[in-house]
Structure formats: structure tokens, C-alpha cells
Design a protein around this ligand. Structure first.
Ligand code: MN
Length: 435
């Protein structure tokens, strides 16, 4: 099914499965109680773990809402998503492993898809839901520490939603954190016994220095190169008075790095990030490194984008039963990682090797297919070195219908190519058995 998902862009099961017979097989697979979302994720995490041994990693986690519709989705039992909960759908929390040096995607570490309880929620219920949902950040960090235990280093990176005292207090020993601060917490400072507030304390600090950085384009924002002013200091966050578990320590010692744009941009708001980290930061270079690692967080936004629009068109899928849909989204999340890896590798500008996305046994088949696909002109030759992910991306793009002449192959093309490749691989395995 992973192959079918990778291959068929598509929304409804019929289109995804291709034929009526495959449709029945596919829904049977999804409805089969023995195949759980947990197992699909565990299998993907195992493959990711094998690629991350001895490497410095950034582990990114974030949540995305998958809006599936209005009244009909509600009648089918989908819970509220979006502002005000007017739409119905599911939530996906994903944890991805990325190489800290190159930014190359290495795979899925964890994924949880869930359906919120529908209907009107009383404030107590709403609060319990919020508490339960905030647990996902702690779980994601724990899971990264377990699954990626053989990594050289792990830095967990996440946005303001994960600024939770317990997240810092209970992190595993092998996971560092960089979290964008959301709460103006009470802090104890080095220089005085008095309690201060985090944000005003930061504002009063002298600048440590400045550096220029590229701000990527975003909806309503052009890419720009800008100057950032840096402040940083050690702080001890005080345990929140309400809601924190009694066994948590009274303070947690962290470093905060504050970067803000020195000039007002033409469009949108100036960048201002306050990044709480467990890493040691004493120099401007180290502060810059924290900012650079945090910027890798953007990868997960690209992943959600691949999954939703350019990729699998999940939000247009037409599956009535939320339990079945949870499995569908999980399987699509696993497949979307591979599609995204191929799209990123297509220009040969990343240094990723084939092993970051494929099994070792795939290499001879890929090379044979590549030779078959190569034409007579230079532009029809695979320009990438064997054993590189770019080499595989070229093969998948050609299989998926890209001519090599016009434009660049996107997710749809890569997915089609991967499907063909899986079929070729299956054929090759049959032939090997015949011998
Ligand atoms: Mn988020």
C-alpha cells in the first residue's frame, strides 16, 4: 500500500487504488484491525533509525490540522479543527529527523493522527483536551531519544506551542532542545536574587552582536536578506504556579537567544525570535548556530505542504470512517517523506546518498533502470553520481514522465515514478525467484 500511496496522487480510494480490485484490497487493508497506525509508524521509525547512526540530528516536531469538511464530516464523527472549530477533520503530529549539517531529510521518527471529541465542550473538558494534546510534545521528544539513541547528537526543534515547562524539565539526557518562547515566564537571573520577567529582562540586555541572514519567502512575504541583532543570556525559568506536576524541579536552567531584525521590512512584521535552548551559548557564533538550527524547522512546513496539496490531497479524500482515515493519513505521512526527499534531491545540490531514502538492495535495480532510460543527448543522461539520492531522483522523475527538457519534476511526477519503480522491483524479484 505504501507503493500505491506514493504513486497515486489522489483523493478518493478509487483513484488511489487504480482499479476496483485494488480498491477492495486497499480498503480491506485499511479496515484490517491487525494493521495499526502504530505499526506503520514503528516500521518507518526503524528505517529512519538505521540511517541516523553516528550523525548530528535536528529532530523537528509540529502539528497540522487536516480539514475534511463541514456538516457531512461532522455527521461521520470527525471532531472540530480550525479556528472556532467550524470545520471537521483530524490532527497530525509528526516528528522528523534531519541532518544538522546539511538539512537533508532522513525520515519519520514518529507520527500520531487523532480525532478530537466532537460537540460542544465544557471548559473543564476543553482544558483536559488541551492538556492531553500538549503531552504530544513531551512524547515526541521522548520517542526521539529512544528511537535515535545511536545518533551522535540530537537537537529537538519546535515552535511556540511546545514552550511547556515540563517539556524542558523532563527531556531525556540525550536530547537537546531549541524551543521558540511563548510565555513571558518568571525567571531567576545570575546577577540578582530578585525574580524578573523573561521578556523585559531580555529587552534590557546589551546586544551581543549582529549578523546578516536570509529570510525565506512565505505567504505574503518576499525572500529578503536582513540584519539581525543578537542578545543571549543564561536564565533559570521558575516552575509555573498552576498546573505543573508537584515532582518537577523549582527551576530549569536554560539559555535564551533573542534575535530581532534591525530594520522594518517592506512587507509583514520584522523577525523577532526568542529561542530557549539547553545548548551552551557563550559566543556570537554559537548564538548564530542556534538560529540556524531553528531555521531548519521550516522543513516540517514543507513536509505538511507535500502531504496536503502538492502531494496526496488528503484534505479532499473521501473516507467516511475516521478510524480508517487515521490509517490512511498515517500511511500517506510515511510515503510523503520519500516524495519530499526526491523533490529536494533533484537538482543535485544536496549531498544526500541513496541510503538516506532507499534500501541497499535497490541500488543495482536503480542503475539498470537508469541505463535503460538514458537517451543519446547529453541532457538525457543521468548527470548525478551513482549512489547519490540525486541519481535516484533523476530515475524517478524520468519514470514519472519528466522528459529532462522542460521544467523541474515535482511531487506528482516523483510519486508516479516511485510507483513504476516499485513495480519494476517487484518484477525483478519474481525473475530472481525463477532462476
Ligand atoms: Mn505548530
Amino acid at each position: 500500500m505504501h507503493a500505491a500511496l506514493v504513486a497515486r496522487p489522489g483523493s478518493c480510494i478509487r483513484r488511489l487504488a487504480g482499479t476496483r480490485a485494488r480498491e477492495i484490497q486497499f480498503t480491506r487493508f485499511l479496515r484490517n484491525a491487525a494493521v495499526t497506525a502504530t505499526e506503520m509508524v514503528a516500521h518507518a521509525a526503524e528505517r529512519t533509525a538505521s540511517r541516523t547512526t553516528g550523525r548530528d540530528l535536528v529532530v523537528i516536531q509540529d502539528t497540522s490540522e487536516l480539514a475534511l469538511g463541514g456538516r457531512r464530516a461532522k455527521a461521520n464523527g470527525y471532531g472540530p479543527v480550525g479556528k472556532g472549530g467550524a470545520l471537521r477533520g483530524l490532527l497530525l503530529h509528526a516528528v522528523l529527523a534531519v541532518d544538522a549539517g546539511t538539512g537533508g531529510m532522513l525520515g519519520l521518527v514518529d507520527a500520531t493522527v487523532w480525532n478530537r471529541k466532537g460537540g460542544k465542550v465544557k471548559s473543564r473538558r476543553a482544558r483536559l483536551t488541551r492538556e492531553k494534546e500538549s503531552q504530544r510534545w513531551l512524547d515526541g521528544t521522548m520517542r526521539a531519544g529512544d528511537v535515535l539513541a545511536a545518533a551522535e547528537s540530537i537537537t529537538g526543534v519546535s515552535d511556540r506551542e511546545s514552550d511547556i515547562y515540563e517539556h524542558f524539565a523532563r527531556r531525556p539526557g540525550n536530547v537537546h532542545l531549541i524551543v521558540r518562547a511563548c510565555q513571558n515566564r518568571k525567571i531567576e537571573t545570575d546577577d540578582a536574587d530578585q525574580v524578573d520577567l523573561l521578556f523585559s529582562h531580555l529587552d534590557a540586555l546589551p546586544e551581543r552582536g549582529r549578523f546578516t541572514a536570509k529570510i525565506p519567502a512565505a505567504p505574503g512575504r518576499k525572500a529578503r536578506t536582513t540584519e539581525l541583532a543578537v542578545r543571549s543570556t543564561r536564565v533559570a525559568l521558575c516552575k509555573p504556579r498552576n498546573g505543573a506536576a508537584p515532582d518537577l524541579p523549582a527551576t530549569v536552567a536554560l539559555t535564551i537567544v533573542d534575535v530581532r531584525e534591525t530594520a522594518k521590512p517592506e512587507d509583514g512584521n520584522p523577525v523577532h525570535w526568542r529561542l530557549l535552548t539547553t545548548h551552551e551559548v557563550t559566543t556570537l557564533g554559537e548564538a548564530r548556530r542556534i538560529v540556524d538550527l531553528y531555521r531548519i524547522r521550516w522543513t516540517i512546513e514543507e513536509f505538511f505542504h507535500t502531504l496536503k496539496t502538492a502531494g496526496f490531497d488528503i484534505e479532499a479524500a473521501d473516507i467516511g470512517d475516521p478510524k480508517v482515515m487515521i490509517k490512511f493519513v498515517t500511511a500517506a505521512a510515511v510515503a510523503a517523506v520519500t516524495v519530499m526527499q526526491l523533490v529536494k534531491a533533484r537538482d543535485g545540490t544536496t549531498t544526500q546518498s541513496l541510503a538516506d531514502a532507499f534500501e541497499p538492495a535497490d541500488q543495482p535495480i536503480l542503475e539498470a533502470v537508469s541505463t535503460q532510460l538514458e537517451g543519446k543527448t547529453a541532457r538525457q543522461k543521468n548527470p548525478h553520481p551513482r549512489g547519490s539520492l540525486a541519481f535516484a531522483a533523476w530515475v524517478m522523475a524520468r519514470l514519472g514522465g519528466w522528459t529532462g527538457y522542460y521544467g523541474k519534476p515535482g511531487p506528482q511526477v516523483m510519486r508516479r515514478g516511485l510507483d513504476d519503480f516499485q513495480r519494476i522491483k517487484y518484477g525483478a524479484s519474481l525473475r530472481l525467484q525463477d532462476v
